[in-house]
Design a protein around this ligand. Structure first.
Ligand SMILES: Cc1cc2nc3c(=O)[nH]c(=O)nc-3n(C[C@H](O)[C@H](O)[C@H](O)COP(=O)(O)OP(=O)(O)OC[C@H]3O[C@@H](n4cnc5c(N)ncnc54)[C@H](O)[C@@H]3O)c2cc1C
Length: 258
């Protein structure tokens, strides 16, 4: 299988750097082919802007979505974007690895998503009708591929528990797992989260590697999170609200999981 690891940490000698090396080795030893997009090492350009198209017209008004569509459809995307899209097409599984920074991914990784997920590639695809509202949330270019987060947090596991001050980790990660990954069609596996990173010694590091190794060994068999498919009948279209008889009376992120 082909695995793309998109990695966002500026320091190779960090915990994330160590875990990245462990993950690549484990996957390769299992016979998989791994490509790593090491965003800091690549000096990845994080800002989506008019320079993302190679036929930029200096005086034209820049439209982030429509210019992305035009560049994607006409082979006019900047080369770094096109290369990452090729890697995504090549991959059977995609892993996003990052430290949690301000309750989300580091800006460089957010910029990777914004620029690589072009209009016509990751969004704006499929027909819109009374029964089908575009190929998204369970359908789309990434359908059939698996995705998983490897995330480290300074906060403790309890801080991210059901009543924890930071909010439940499933909620914190919902915009990434449901939005960034499920929206373009990935089957999203449960995240691998390392909490309380300030308290890691050799013993705990070894325990973390054992657990991560198991998750990687089971990358192809772990059941994905049961997000509800948009076009399979659970949602009214075009309102895109969950039907009243599903999870009646419940609200919030959790209702979008069966
Ligand atoms: C801008 C910013 C925003 C942040 N926002 C949040 C937030 O919103 N929520 C939150 O919970 N946290 C937050 N944090 C904390 C952040 O998530 C952690 O600092 C990060 O996850 C730690 O990962 P690291 O790879 O940088 O670890 P490091 O700091 O590199 O390492 C952590 C520990 O692991 C040890 N270690 C590293 N490698 C090994 C090895 N090979 N063997 C044994 N031990 C090892 C190190 O000695 C160290 O003790 C934030 C931090 C920053 C800088």
């Amino acid at each position: 299988m082909n695995v793309l690891l998109v990695y966002a940490h500026p320091e190779p000698r960090s915990l994330n750097g160590s875990l990245r090396r462990f993950a690549v080795k484990r996957l390769e030893e299992a016979g998989h082919v791994v490509q790593v997009s090491d965003l800091y090492a690549m000096h990845w350009k994080a800002s989506l802007d008019a320079d993302d198209s190679i036929d930029r017209q200096p005086d034209a008004r820049f439209d982030p979505a429509l210019d992305s569509k035009h560049a994607f459809e006409n082979g006019l995307q900047s080369e770094d974007i096109a290369l990452e899209q090729q890697k995504l097409k090549w991959a059977d599984a995609v892993i996003l690895q990052f430290p949690l920074w301000w309750f989300s991914m580091p800006a460089i990784l957010k910029g990777w998503v914004e620029r690589v997920y072009a209009y016509g590639f990751a969004y704006g695809v499929g027909e819109h009708s009374d029964t089908h509202w575009g190929d998204r949330y369970g359908e789309g270019a990434m359908a059939g591929k698996r995705a998983m987060l490897i995330v480290s947090t300074g906060g403790w596991e309890s801080h991210y528990s059901a009543r924890g001050i930071n909010g439940p980790i499933d909620d914190v990660l919902f915009p990434i797992q449901h939005g960034v990954l499920y929206y373009p069609g990935f089957d999203v596996l449960p995240p691998f989260v390392i909490h309380r990173t300030s308290r890691i010694d050799e013993t705990r590091f070894s325990t973390i590697c054992d657990a991560l190794g198991q998750r990687l060994d089971n990358l192809w068999t772990t059941p994905p999170l049961a997000f509800r498919s948009q076009n399979a009948g659970a949602y009214d279209i075009p309102q895109l609200t969950l039907k009243d008889d599903i999870a009646p009376g419940q609200v919030g992120f959790a209702v979008h999981r069966a």
